[in-house]
Design a protein around this ligand. Sequence first.
Ligand code: TGC
Length: 417
Amino acid sequence: MTSTAASKQTPSGAGTGESLFGAVDLTGLDGQFTPAEKELTLAVRSLVDEHIRPNIAQWYEQAVFPREIIPELARLGLLGMHLEGYGCAGKSSVEYGLAASELEAGDSGLRTFVSVQGSLAMSAIHKHGSEEQKQRWLPAMASGEAIGCFGLTEPTAGSDPAGMRTTAAQEPGGDWVLNGAKRWIGLATIADVAIIWAQTGEPGDARGVRGFVVPTDTPGFQAEAIPSKLSMRASVQCDISLEDVRLPADAILPADSALGLKGPFACLNEARYGIIWGVMGAARDSFDAVLDYSGERLQFGTPLAGYQLTQAKLADMALEINKGYLLALQLGRAKDAGTLDPVAISVGKLNNCREAIAIAREAREMLGGNGITLDHSPLRHANNLESVRTYEGTDEVHALIIGRTLTGIGAFTAAGK
Ligand code: TGC
């Protein structure tokens, strides 16, 4: 990385003392959080400032996922941080959201690591696993010694996981044999364990879908990183192939909560919730970058910040960041109270992804030509957010979940299902 690239990755809230949100906080966001929530947020921010910001441009350019960051994340208790017991930190949903926001202010790829490990792989075992599965995997995953991935999406089944072709057949002796393929699976090439969702019944039978805990050294399991990504370059997404992967009978996630697609959807709720907060971190970092720049950069002898068009853009960005955090907080408090409805998660994911990518793109424009380099964060964030708005339910899927709630009519297929 060039020294310029390192120097321009401005720490969030720099120069604002202990403020959580810095200049963008026009609505008293800071006052909404408890001392413990603030402390955790600032600790994650320090980690990002120390370990991520100085290196992210290089990791992104070279398409490297920095494994060396894992012990630092574990040290702060960020892996499965909202889970209770088994070595997990047992933090609140709001704390989990604030941590996601700080990590994604660094880079969406790093927040994705924490989401895949904690919200998807660990959550699946925590919610649906046997006591033996929990004891075997969760403490090692919380400490970062074991990495997990979550195999739901397939080459031909993304928005419609009921259409998955991966099968799990039980043999008379009790063993399960898995065959199929998964795609876009975060961390699969570095994972020690994969949660694989497979069809145990007739094709298309949503209730036949079951989850399996698959050690990745099981013969027949193979993962390969997907190359040439223009987004999430400091992260790893993979193809998985499963060829006669033989597992013992007790590899299945046994809980009733995992019978059918509600099993993986319960985990997706956790990951989607983290995204609602995370993307606001990327938006805030983009805003901070362009606020600094517009104060320094002269055009026609005047700082950009002195032009009405610049101020109008900054104002619009600040409105959406304030609204996005207020929405995230409303949902986080509801989640902690046990009253969060999945449709509200769709509201948050759709809105905050949409606004975050618009803010990152606007910030890039305001940086002019300099905005297309890795010296500045907004275009990197915008490119990453293309993935974030797509995974864990696309904009369209969340719009249709909201539409179904509003109208009572499912419109996912032409047949009105
Ligand atoms: P439907 O078939 O009717 O429902 C199946 C069962 O699931 C229940 N359910 C939920 N439960 C908890 N939370 C939710 N959010 C739930 N949504 C549905 C539902 O009640 C039913 O239960 P039961 O008891 O009757 O069996 O499905 P649907 O019509 O509700 O859903 C349709 C649709 C399109 C909304 C759904 O299929 C959907 O959300 N699609 C998007 C899937 C998605 O987000 N895929 C991305 C996965 S990300 C990935 O695989 C890679 S991991 C990330 C990484 O590695 O980086």
